[in-house]
Structure formats: structure tokens, C-alpha cells
Design a protein around this ligand. Sequence first.
Ligand code: ZN
Length: 190
Amino acid sequence: MESSVRTAILVIDMVNDFVTGVIACDRAQRIIPNQARLLDAARRIGAPVVYVGDAHLPTDFELKIWGEHAMRGTAGADIIPELPTQPGDYILEKRTYDAFYETGLDMLLRKLDISTVCITGLHTNMCDRHTAASALFRGYEIVVPDDCVDAFTEEEHLDGLDYLRRVYGAEITRADALIDASSSESSLVR
Ligand code: ZN
């Protein structure tokens, strides 16, 4: 059981505007069932589930690039109904691509004695990538189930995965591999 609490699952930007709203990503539909199964497995063994979604203020630099999206306090910034939070989950807000930047995520993970982050959500080549960089710089191991992350296009998704593996040393795996490990070893990662 000891290793089961060393991995946290991050759920990045699975909020309405990213999935069905103003910057909708149709390919997100592919990953939602895989994430749902993985989150259930994590909760079953007591691995923390941490949602970090955009909640922008009007002055945020990203709005110049993407237009208004996931504005704080609007339905666009709400977590999608297909991945409802459960009691015991953690919910943080971010204002940049990086889930660690001024969000309190690092302090939370350290308090929970986490050594590995399992990154899921959108997009493989943007927020997932920036979050992975930030995790690496802070000393975390990185695991990425490739059927729980996606991007606007297949090319961007594959480029993102390749970058995560080559540059950040991320272990690229599948949701079912992590779920199988959780049932046999009470751990999401070996
Ligand atoms: Zn944003």
C-alpha cells in the first residue's frame, strides 16, 4: 500500500470550454472514458486525484493568444459533467499553461508525499507539456497514459508525446496498464 500514495493523478483542463465550448477539442471525447476508469482506480486505492483547470481573469496573457476561454466563475471553467469530482478529490485553478505556476499544486503534492505525477487531460503538446516541465524541475517522476491525453490533431498529440518522452523522460503508458497495476499491486505505478 505504501507506494499507492506516492502517485497523484492530475486532470488538466477537462473543463467545458476545452471539451465542448469556445476552444472545443473533438478528440477529447476519445480520452474521457479512459480517464474515468483511471480516476476510479486511483480513488479505490487512495491515490490522490487533483483537477487543475483554467480559471482565467481578463488580464491573463493567454487571452491575447486564444481569446476568452474558461473565464473564472463561468460555466466554461466548470469541470465537464462526464468526469465529476468525488469527495476527497482536490480541485485547483490555474491561469497559465502550467498547472504548477502559482496554483499551490507543488505544496499540495509535497504534503501528500507524492513523488510521481500521472498527467491526464488536454493538451498533450501544451498544458500537459508545460505541466510536465514544471513537474520535472521540481523533482517529480512523470507518467503519461497516452490514451488519457490528447490535442487538436493527431500530429500535435504524437509530437507532444514524443517531446514528453525524449525531453522530460516521461514514462508513456496506457490507462489499462496503470489500472491493472492498481488491482494487483495496490499501486498505479510499479
Ligand atoms: Zn487558458
